[in-house]
Design a protein around this ligand. Structure first.
Ligand SMILES: NC(=O)c1ccc[n+]([C@@H]2O[C@H](COP(=O)([O-])OP(=O)(O)OC[C@H]3O[C@@H](n4cnc5c(N)ncnc54)[C@H](OP(=O)(O)O)[C@@H]3O)[C@@H](O)[C@H]2O)c1
Length: 254
């Protein structure tokens, strides 16, 4: 049985909490957060506190707070014997207090309020300073996911950068598509099969081979027409930059 205390009461804290609750081998002792109201989500099922001086002893402290607040929250765990792990993709392990057994437990997924996630398919990237701590994180990860991997701070930094491109930027492009549909009385849902196929085919072919469209074909008149249709400078700039990047990538095949 692994005893856990979660620090933070936001999206990741809630998703991890809900997933851990269903596991026999995990015992959540407390959820600690600075805001009493935000702790109400947890309080019917576990002890909660907004007093960082009341933190109990546990095998593992999971810090699920905003990236910038991780070092400050970690300081409240000085003197604790358990592993102190943060959940961030972009913060190095060394941002934690060296007095503690430092570690990282990073679930590589996009968590939003109100959208349940099946953790079985979520890659859990773990890092620790010694084999025993890594084993415990691996055991914890394996209890909720089929994909637990050791990833160094340096690798995680790059993984997070790649994740921004494939998730945050694509989602913003979905939003631009959504606006274009709305402006022209079209339902955004008409694009969903295309979006899903774009992602599904990556199971079989690389993004480089999957690319289609006017920029890959260097179809100048279609590109000009699209640019004329766009209303804002930002959207024209995004279209131009992405088209240039695609055209240059495939220049040699035309
Ligand atoms: N969201 C994702 O998709 C995702 C995915 C993987 C990893 N992560 C990582 O998970 C961590 C938490 O992200 P999140 O999405 O759960 O963020 P979030 O929903 O914005 O929640 C942030 C939490 O941090 C707390 N907090 C902020 N500053 C604090 C401080 N100075 N002292 C104490 N608590 C403080 C907030 O407390 P209040 O409620 O009082 O404001 C809130 O509970 C981050 O390291 C993030 O990089 C996020």
């Amino acid at each position: 049985m692994i005893s856990i205390i979660i620090l933070g009461s936001g999206n990741v804290a809630k998703h991890l909490f809900d997933t851990f609750l269903g596991q026999n081998e995990i015992n959540i002792l407390q959820v600690i957060g600075r805001n009493k109201d935000h702790l109400s989500y947890f309080k019917s099922k576990v002890e909660v506190s907004n007093d960082f001086n009341t933190i109990q002893d546990a095998d593992l402290y999971l810090i699920a707070v905003s990236d910038d607040a991780i070092p400050e929250v970690a300081k409240t765990l000085r003197g604790k014997k358990g592993i102190v792990a943060h959940c961030s993709g972009s913060v190095p392990l060394k941002a934690l207090d060296p007095i503690n057994r430092r570690a990282v437990f990073y679930p590589l997924q996009s968590f939003s309020a109100g959208k349940k996630i099946d953790f079985k398919s979520v890659p859990i990237c773990i890092e620790a300073e010694n084999k025993n701590d890594l084993n415990l994180l691996e055991q914890l990860g394996n209890s909720i996911s089929n994909n637990v991997q050791e990833v160094s701070s340096e690798q995680r930094k790059s993984l997070h950068l790649a994740a921004v491109f494939v998730n945050n930027f694509t989602n913003h492009l979905f939003h631009i598509g959504h606006e274009i549909c709305e402006d022209n009385d079209l339902p955004f849902h008409i694009l969903l099969p295309l979006i899903k196929e774009t992602v599904k085919k990556l199971d079989y072919i690389t993004p480089l081979n999957a690319q289609t469209g006017p920029a890959r074909r260097n179809d100048r008149s279609t590109i000009e027409n699209h640019l004329n249709q766009l209303k804002t400078k930002n959207n024209k700039d995004i279209y131009t930059l992405l088209s240039k990047s695609i055209s240059e990538k495939y220049r040699n095949e035309l």
